[in-house]
Write a protein that binds this ligand. Structure first.
Ligand code: 5CA
Length: 445
């Protein structure tokens, strides 16, 4: 993309309404614009990162054997009356009527819809196990929407629902989700720690939240510092392997890690004192096993091998996709701006032309742009007729992890400069080598 032809409305001033750094940087970098309280328009740069996050989530869900589909955002109240949640959900549910006076709502989550699809089409244990999921907008009329996309009213969520014959099978689905979430967050450059939590309006008593540690997090968390040494890495996973998934769950959840809702001071005090941590975290996902709560209410049953009919065991599993943008920025920025992890960056690298209009510099930039693009990479070429200082500031603000700087002086010696956004370190090298270096960084990502 050439910056002169892109739409990147960066702000010079700090927006007054933003209380936390991720919100401020998303506004300044031209990623989002508030439409009304807790509701945002996604400008091109923000939309690009959102799509990248969605892709990672899809890839990891499909890898785990889960099946994508899409539910409507506007749902009839009847189904929610059947499950008993229509009255119980409270003020957070946005309710409306259509022209015929029928009660409708904007889905805050989708247990009912998925259970309804399931009960209409699945009748036999032979069709199990089954996990269906979607990435779809949700609406919760939060009492205090704040911190930009972190606590929005409209937000993008991946929500998945497993249907299993037995509790044992459903717990395997739970473990499988935990493992796939660990992989998902790590690919986004995040450490998200599974913590024992409270199930809230979803129900059930088996649940973990995934938290990214950050000072600005809304949840208070208590954990054993050893947890932060755990890395998922690139281990081979067989998601059908019950023992392997169980072992990984135990590895990542056996140490003390709880949100304030489930915190137990006495148990916490058994952790050696030098490893006890009290901190804050951003909840980027949550998994639940709730048994037959919804399948009984909505009569979602299957025939067992002996011909009897039983309600299926279920769980649901959510990732806050739009919230993740904020979480990643909270975890990865400096005083100049965002620092995108390579796995989610909107463009793979920036190209800064120090002297736009200089034939040699222009030609070198064009050649770099073409070579990178031919390799399937997406550079953002700052071809505007602006001062170098302004170009650097914009690149730093929007946070591309690598920058190639091209100027007449370097070109005389046959070199361009490659700069790492995170370390700030620069290296001079011939343009072909710069292309190879950037390609090497992204190979396999
Ligand atoms: N049905 C279940 C799982 S599919 C469910 O709704 N779970 S949840 O309530 O925990 O939401 C899943 C994730 O959505 C949360 O972990 C959080 O990351 C994200 N989320 C929840 N509320 C908001 C909000 N107001 N703004 C942004 N993200 C949110």
């Amino acid at each position: 993309m050439r910056l002169s032809r892109y739409f990147l409305p960066v702000l010079k001033e700090n927006p007054a309404e933003a209380q936390i750094v991720s919100h401020r940087l998303m506004l300044r970098a031209g990623m989002i614009k508030q439409a009304s309280a807790g509701i945002y328009s996604w400008l091109p740069l923000g939309f690009k990162v959102l799509r990248k996050l969605e892709n990672i989530v899809h890839e990891e869900q499909v890898r785990a054997g889960h099946i994508p589909m899409l539910m409507p955002t506007l749902q009839s109240a009847d189904l929610w009356r059947e499950s008993g949640r229509y009255d119980g959900y409270g003020e957070e549910m946005l309710r409306m009527q259509d022209r015929h006076g029928r009660d409708m709502l904007y889905s805050p989550t989708a247990e009912e819809m998925f259970t309804d699809v399931f009960r209409s089409h699945v009748k036999s244990y032979k069709d199990l196990p089954l996990t269906l999921y979607q990435i779809q907008w949700k609406f919760r009329d939060e009492i205090r929407p704040r911190f930009g996309v972190m606590r929005g009213r409209e937000f993008l969520m991946k929500d998945g629902y497993n249907f299993d014959l037995t509790k044992e099978d459903a717990l395997h689905a739970y473990n499988r989700h935990l493992v796939s979430y660990l992989r998902t967050y790590e690919r986004m450059g995040l450490q998200a720690i599974p913590m024992r939590a409270d199930s809230g309006p979803i129900g059930g008593d088996y649940t973990h939240e995934f938290l990214v540690l950050a000072e600005t997090g809304e949840s208070e968390v208590f954990y054993d510092a050893e947890i932060t040494d755990l890395k998922f890495g690139d281990r081979e996973i067989d998601y059908d392997n019950v023992d392997q998934c169980q072992a990984i769950l135990e590895e990542f959840t056996s140490r003390y890690a709880r949100t304030d809702e489930t915190h137990d001071e006495a148990v916490f005090n058994e952790v050696p004192e030098d490893r006890r941590r009290v901190a804050r975290g951003i909840e980027v996902g949550q998994i639940f096993y709730f048994g037959t709560q919804y399948s009984e209410a909505l009569n979602a049953t299957v025939q067992t091998p002996d011909g009897s009919s039983v309600p299926v065991h279920m769980g649901s599993h959510g990732i806050g996709v739009s919230r993740l943008l904020g979480a990643i920025i909270e975890a990865s920025h400096d005083d100049k701006g965002i620092i995108w992890p390579e796995g989610v960056t909107p463009f793979h690298c920036g190209i800064v032309n120090l002297k736009q209009g200089d034939d040699e510099a222009d030609a070198a930039c064009e050649a770099l742009y073409k070579s990178l693009t031919a390799l399937g990479l997406e550079p953002l070429y700052d071809d505007r007729n602006e001062r170098a200082g302004g170009k650097f500031a914009s690149m730093d603000l929007i946070g591309l992890p690598w920058r190639i700087t091209v100027g007449p002086r370097g070109l005389k010696n046959g070199v361009v400069e490659v700069t790492c956004r995170r370390s700030g370190e620069s290296e001079e090298m011939p343009p072909e080598q710069a292309v190879a270096k950037i390609a090497g960084i992204y190979a396999g990502l």
